[in-house]
Ligand binder design. Sequence first.
Ligand code: SAM
Ligand code: SF4
Length: 352
Amino acid sequence: MLLYIHIPFCDSKCFYCAFNSYTHLHSLKNDYMVALKKQLKYELQLRDEKIETIFIGGGTPSTIEASKYKEIYEIVKPYLLKNSEITIEANPNSATFDWLEEIHSIGINRISFGVQSFDDDKLQFLGRNHNKSQAIQAIKNAKEIGFEHINCDIIYDTKLDTQQLLENDLVIIKDLPIDHISAYSLTIEEGTKFFNKSNVQVENIELAQYLFDQLNSLGFNQYEISNFALNNKARSKHNLGYWQYKEYLGVGSGAVGCIDAQRLYSSKDIQKYIDNPLQYEEVEKLSSEDIAIEKTLLGFRSIVGVTISLFNNEQKKKLNDLVKEKKLIQKGNRVYSNNFMLADELTLYLDF
Ligand SMILES: C[S@@+](CC[C@H](N)C(=O)[O-])C[C@H]1O[C@@H](n2cnc3c(N)ncnc32)[C@H](O)[C@@H]1O
Ligand code: SF4
């Protein structure tokens, strides 16, 4: 089982972001961490399963003092498999050298920085509260401290993107000690500053392809639509786990878990969560069809692929055609997409 822990606090709200995070509720941090530990202990005891990987995401985990994560680590430790990947997200403005050092000493071995770009104008446009040099320094600090794996999130398909801008970012990326890139196409979400604004997002397939090709030539191989790794060891085991449809526990306000064919939603309201951290706000039962569709989508979006036994005879005929047309590759009893961008279309065509 995988473990996701959500930290719903941010120093400021980026103009594109609809994740569950608050900028004005910092006074609730202590109570929140108490509630989080309560839910974590309860769920770990209840499920009594080994934890393969941990992902501490947000919001901004680097807005919480590092010692709190030591307490979390001690709770999970009895359940944790040896040499587990433990990732924490961090923002360049709040991940100080001391914070990173303490986080590393706890045993957290992978850090994911929300960089988005190394262009100061683009950072301002996105509403980020860090600049290029802070991002570079944070990454260098993480390397010096000894983090085994360092990821950098970037965003493309913004109005400011040009080949020159992306090239400038790639020149910087080339010299940084990172072994993973998550590159996300800007999506416009309801409830964000960017919502209903025209011309903020500009989808440009050629520019995206340029970015992917350049990342590839720097050695970052795409193993999922948005994820690129320098080598197999640098691939995120936690994310691979999601795409392999492993069960995951989601702890914290706004976290989502998926266990026993049920999706479990904790309250997005921090105060409600603090008052009752053991109560899921919603439990969604997944039908076998829901699960088959999700497995197909996730499998075709990544190197995971899909087992042929998932499909009925009608679909198997279509699969054969897709293999003949070289849109899918069959290896043993699994099929793989050779263009992750086509995952949605392929799944739709298979008609569940
Ligand atoms: C949940 S955020 C947390 C990371 C961290 N708080 C940060 O921003 O530095 C993870 C990543 O999702 C991406 N993201 C969030 N909203 C997005 C959007 N609307 N479009 C594209 N990428 C988005 C950003 O790249 C961000 O770094
Ligand atoms: S992108 Fe990260 S820092 Fe910005 S609002 Fe979202 S979670 Fe917070």
